[in-house]
Structure formats: structure tokens, C-alpha cells
Ligand binder design. Structure first.
Ligand SMILES: *Cc1c(COP(=O)(O)O)cnc(C)c1O
Length: 414
């Protein structure tokens, strides 16, 4: 995995160069589209700092990245300049982070992990309907009980059946026996086509599903399946802190990934990234999108080019080496919390390559959890509270929390 680090001035000149290749609402004859620059009463474009602010300048120029630009053939050419930046961003994610061969994937910057997950399930549902003449009752989505709620949301929207798998309460791993039994029961009931969601880190625990045991069972039984990786949470950290894993496009069992820029990467909201092997986007082509050159294959339609530019800028200012260091720092800080918890025999779950510590609720008062804004697994009857070691979670605040937690343990043991 390698992508080059650029200096701020290199980034600036690349962004301004691509903006100059976009169609300019101020200087060109554009009278046919319902788009324009941002309102000038509030976003005046002669603010002197803008020449040093590539992201804000992109935001104000307001390029629309509607459609999917990796498809190669036809697409909107109004904003070809910033489309190139989005393509470089997708190239970094697909080829460098997830080991894809050049030109072997498609993707786009979606509104978030939710949209990227829905897009994946939408594609696979249509793939089975079109290629296998499947009936809706023959398709099912399989996912663990710790899966993000965007998957049940997608099932509701897409009218697909779901199969939820139980997890071990301590290791948070899918119970393989439960998985095997539920697959066999579904087959017996006439389900023929499976869509498997695998978490490359869950939101609540930071647990990573055991993809290899899941796929070896499915392959052994010659089951028809498509497998999506939900890396919305872990996508920008796990591949950097655990370089030897099966979560990449070299793994033939995987077809798509979701990764969120607006979590670990500190990008603004609206930066979920969807990646999928070539020849799959066509199953969600909306042919009725007649006015969009090259048609539309996304769930969202119009989307801001500034979002893609921003994620690209963040990845480029760090380079792969800098980003790896930064993610290791988060993991190390998380480890230091766990060392204290071990010392005090406080029970928790933590994956060694991730920055989440989920503590059993009975080791902490509700007041303490509220004081530090820990998030419970559910608000009615919490069993767990989690700490997410984001970049703003510095050692000082961790130390304060730990010392209060320790005092509570002393009180409890009296
Ligand atoms: C956050 C998250 C999502 C949903 O992402 P949004 O960006 O909030 O739409 C999906 N899956 C996982 C594992 C997540 O952590």
C-alpha cells in the first residue's frame, strides 16, 4: 500500500487546476442546467483568503458530481476537472487500501455509509432478479446482530428478507453454528440467493467478523452469494493497523466495500465511499435519467464535488505513511486504556487493531458514563458503554476518566 504525500501547496495547485478545467458558471455560457455557484450575498467569491483555500473555493464553485465517473464511457463533462480528483481518490481507496487491480472497480462518493450499504444491497438484489430470474422470496441478506442499523433499513427499503446471526456475548464473533443452521434452514425454505454483509468493524464494539470461516462454509456448499464489506467505521483504520488480512479485492469472495470519510478520516459529513468490482453498477442503472449524460447509477443523484475533493486532500496531505502513523497512534492510546482496565479487572471488549473500548455497564455509574458522554448500546437498559478514541480524545481526558472510574471501583469493592 502506498500513495504519495503532497505538500499543501501541491494540493492547492492541483485543486485549482482541476477547478479551472470545470465549466465556470461565472465566465462561460451555461444556460441549460439548474445549478450555479453558491449564493454570493453570503459566499462572496472575492474574499481574499479564497485563493489559499482550495476546499472552500470548490465548495463555492459548487461542482455537481452526479453519476458515477469510473464507468469510463459517457458522463457529464461540465465538471470533468474535479471528477478527475474523485477518480484519484477512488483509485487510492480501491487500489492502495483494498488491493484492486487498475480499472477493475467502480465507485463514487456517497452521502455516507448508509447510502453505500443500501447501494450494495440494491445492486445484488437486482443482480439476482435479472441474472437468475430470482423471486424476491428466494433472496436473503445475512448479517450479524452487531451490524449497523443501515442494513435493516436497507432491507425495509428494498423489501428483502433478513437473516440475523447471533454473536458470542464476550468475543462478539458470529456464532458459526448459528450461521450454519440458519443458512441450512433458509435453503430448506427455498432461499437460493444470499447477500452477505461482513463488518470490517462494527460501530458499537469495533469487532471484525471472521470472514474466512463464513466464506469457507458458503464455498463448501456451493452457495450462491455476493459479499459486501461494511467498512464504514473501520475502512480508514483497520487496513492500516492490520496489514495482513483478507479484507481486500484480492479476496475473490468479496464484491464491494463501504468506507466512511466522515468518521476516522475527519472529513465533513457527506463522504461515504462505495467501491464495487466492475460489471455490477449496471444493475442499478436508472435509464429514465435521460437528462443526465451517462445516466445515473447512484442512490443520491446530485452530490457535491467538494466532498470528494476534501477526502482526497486529507489522504494526500498525509500520504499512506503519515496516515498509518496517525492510525497507530489512536490504537496505541486505546491500548493504554485497556491496560488500566485489565489492572482493575474491569471487563470490556476491544479488538487489538481498533480504537473502540466497550466496557460492561455494571463497572460504571450512569453518571460517570454521562459525564464523559460514553455511548450506551441502548438507552433504555444499557449493558455496555463505549469509548471511541478519536483524534480529539487526548491523554489528559482519558486520564481524568480513568481516575474517576478507578474511584468508583474502590467504592464498589468496599
Ligand atoms: C457509521 C456506520 C454506518 C452508517 O454510516 P453513516 O455514514 O452514518 O450513514 C454503517 N455501518 C457502520 C459499521 C458504521 O459505523
Amino acid at each position: 500500500m502506498f500513495w504519495e504525500k503532497y505538500t499543501y501547496s501541491q494540493i492547492k495547485s492541483k485543486v485549482f487546476e482541476s477547478l479551472s478545467k470545470n465549466t465556470n458558471y461565472r465566465t462561460e455560457n451555461i444556460i441549460g442546467i439548474p445549478g450555479t455557484f453558491l449564493d454570493t450575498d453570503i459566499f462572496y467569491d472575492d474574499a481574499p483568503f479564497l485563493k489559499d483555500a482550495p476546499f472552500l473555493s470548490t465548495l463555492i464553485a459548487n461542482p455537481n458530481h452526479i453519476g458515477v465517473h469510473t464507468l469510463g464511457d459517457e458522463h457529464e463533462d461540465f465538471f470533468a476537472g474535479t471528477h478527475e480528483i474523485e477518480k484519484d481518490l477512488l483509485k487510492i481507496c480501491a487500489e492502495e487500501i483494498f488491493g484492486a487491480e487498475p480499472h477493475s472497480y467502480d465507485g463514487y462518493v456517497a452521502s455516507g455509509g448508509t447510502e453505500a450499504n443500501i447501494e450494495a444491497l440494491w445492486i445484488y438484489r437486482n443482480f439476482y432478479l435479472q441474472e437468475h430470474q430470482a423471486k424476491m422470496s428466494e433472496i436473503a441478506v445475512v448479517y450479524s446482530a452487531d451490524t449497523h442499523y443501515s442494513i435493516p433499513k436497507a432491507l425495509d427499503l428494498l423489501c428483502i428478507k433478513g437473516i440475523e446471526l447471533a454473536v458470542d456475548q464476550t468475543s462478539r464473533q458470529i456464532l458459526i453454528k448459528d450461521f450454519e443452521q440458519k443458512i441450512e434452514a433458509a435453503l430448506a425454505k427455498g432461499v437460493k440467493y444470499f447477500i452477505i454483509n461482513i463488518n470490517m468493524s462494527t460501530t458499537m464494539f469495533g469487532s471484525v467478523d471472521d470472514i474466512d470461516s463464513i466464506t469457507s462454509f458458503l464455498n463448501l456448499l456451493y452457495i450462491n452469494y455476493k459479499l459486501h464489506i461494511d467498512g464504514a467505521y473501520g475502512g480508514f483504520i483497520f487496513p492500516f493497523t492490520n496489514t495482513n488480512n483478507s479484507f481486500n479485492f484480492k479476496n475473490k469472495n468479496i464484491t464491494s466495500f463501504s468506507i466512511d470519510g466522515h468518521k476516522m478520516l475527519q472529513a465533513p459529513y457527506g463522504t461515504g465511499i462505495f467501491l464495487i468490482r466492475k460489471e455490477y453498477m449496471k444493475y442499478v442503472c436508472t435509464n429514465e435519467a435521460g437528462y443526465v449524460k451517462g445516466k445515473d447509477y447512484t442512490l443520491c443523484g446530485s452530490r457535491s464535488g467538494a466532498n470528494a475533493v476534501c477526502v482526497w486532500m486529507i489522504l494526500r496531505i498525509h500520504g499512506s505513511v503519515g496516515w498509518t502513523v496517525k492510525m497507530h497512534q489512536l490504537v496505541d492510546r486505546t491500548t493504554s486504556i485497556c491496560e488500566k482496565l485489565d489492572e482493575w479487572n474491569v471487563k470490556y471488549f476491544r479488538h487489538p487493531n481498533l480504537n473502540i473500548v466497550t466496557i460492561r455497564a455494571n463497572y460504571m455509574s450512569r453518571e460517570l458514563s454521562m459525564k464523559y458522554h460514553l455511548v450506551p448500546d441502548n438507552h433504555e437498559n444499557p449493558e455496555w458503554y463505549k469509548i471511541v478514541v478519536m483524534p480529539h480524545v487526548k491523554q489528559g481526558i482519558i486520564d481524568n476518566f480513568l481516575s474517576e472510574l478507578k474511584n468508583e471501583q474502590k467504592q464498589l469493592s468496599k
